[in-house]
Design a protein around this ligand. Structure first.
Ligand SMILES: [Zn+2]
Ligand SMILES: [Zn+2]
Length: 363
């Protein structure tokens, strides 16, 4: 168990503000008070598209409106922002002590001056080595300024990240790093710098030969500073023995805001899936994370003849369905409230890897 972390049994969080504005947490991520990489939320907002996402979809004769089932699946993905978390972990995460940390070449910068330009960012940070700027949300409408208040630096060399860390001011507890950045309008603003130690992406609690998909959950909306070991401990305290925890990362080995946890027992797995949400409260952040079954490629478990991309997590079902079997099964009134779960659709948001794409070691 983590020092200072304690499980609070059943605790309802009634944050009325969240209920009134379901997108609140997403938009908060873009404020100047960015506490961590908001990449978990960013892409979700980007997912809100009513455009056809399956080219062949509209050739199917459906009773329901087009894309309805997928929109429901997407709605579910946003649920972490609005649903009450029953389980709460409260306390502080222990500081990490690294011997020879290897950093991702990607670094998050939060709370950057609104009028900062790419040129001045490059100019400021090139003293640490060659780099590029990854500037989410920068488009034709915002060609010059960081629209979200955050950005990523992509250094060519890992040593550059270490030099930058050394040049940063640290918080009293040595957990947070800040670097002064100036723009035309704002002089010398403390900007949050969040690097990532690559070894923090996975934590093997108990060495095992084989990670079973059927005991693995997908965890979304993770805070950007939460490492795999902390995730494993939190999930173990709440639900039972954890074998493995992994933080999903991009091609720069930087976290993307989701992860996976494999439990020892089916019982822990079901407990976690049933909980659906966990509130993690630390001195540094409060974050409601979403727990979903880790979905694999499966045939429809009703007809066994079609691919089954839609999963129903309700206890009465807990199966993969093809589209027509989904509607057939859920045409009963008592089951009509069930919501489909899908793996993230490829092509919908190319920056957001699928849950499955990062779990190649799983069966
Ligand atoms: Zn079927
Ligand atoms: Zn169902």
């Amino acid at each position: 168990m983590l020092p200072g972390l304690q499980v609070e049994g059943v605790k309802l969080d009634t944050d009325a503000c969240l209920k009134q504005n379901p997108l609140n947490t997403f938009t908060n991520a873009s404020s100047a008070q960015v506490e961590g990489p908001p990449q978990a939320e960013g892409p979700v907002v980007g997912c809100w598209s009513t455009d056809p996402i399956w080219p062949g979809w509209d050739t199917l004769a459906l009773n329901k409106p087009k894309f309805c089932i997928e929109r429901e699946a997407q709605l579910h993905k946003q649920a972490a922002a609005v649903n009450d978390a029953i389980y709460t972990m409260e306390g502080h995460l222990p500081p990490r002590h690294y011997k020879n940390p290897v950093y991702s070449c990607k670094v998050f910068l939060g709370g950057v001056p609104w009028d900062i330009t790419e040129a001045s960012v490059l100019n400021t940070f090139s003293v640490f080595g060659p780099l590029k700027v990854d500037w989410p949300g920068k488009d034709g409408n915002h060609p010059r300024f960081a629209p979200q208040g955050y950005m990523y630096l992509l250094f060519d060399w890992e040593e550059s990240v270490k030099s930058l860390m050394q040049a940063c001011a640290q918080s009293d507890d040595n957990l947070e790093f800040y670097y002064k950045l100036s723009s035309r309008q704002i002089h010398s603003k403390d900007v949050r710098v969040i690097p990532w130690v690559i070894s923090d992406s996975s934590f093997i609690h108990h060495p095992i030969q084989h990670l079973s998909c059927s005991k693995t959950v997908f965890v979304g909306a993770l805070h950007g500073t939460l490492n795999a070991e902390s995730l494993a401990h939190i999930m173990e305290e709440l639900f039972g023995e954890v074998m493995y925890a992994g933080i999903d990362t991009d091609k720069h080995k930087y976290p993307i805001g989701s992860g996976r946890v494999t439990f020892r027992s089916q019982r822990s797995y079901l407990k976690a899936v049933t909980a659906a949400f966990v509130q993690i409260k630390t001195l540094k952040f409060t974050k409601k994370v979403q727990i979903d079954p880790y979905l694999s490629d499966s045939m429809c478990q009703i007809c066994n003849s079609q691919p089954g991309p839609f999963f129903c997590r309700a206890q009465a079902c807990f199966k993969y369905y093809c589209q027509s079997c989904w509607y057939w099964q859920h045409s009963l009134d008592v089951l009509s409230s069930h919501q489909p779960l899908m793996r993230n659709q490829k092509g919908l948001n190319p920056n957001k890897p699928t849950a499955a794409g990062v779990g190649k070691s799983l069966d």
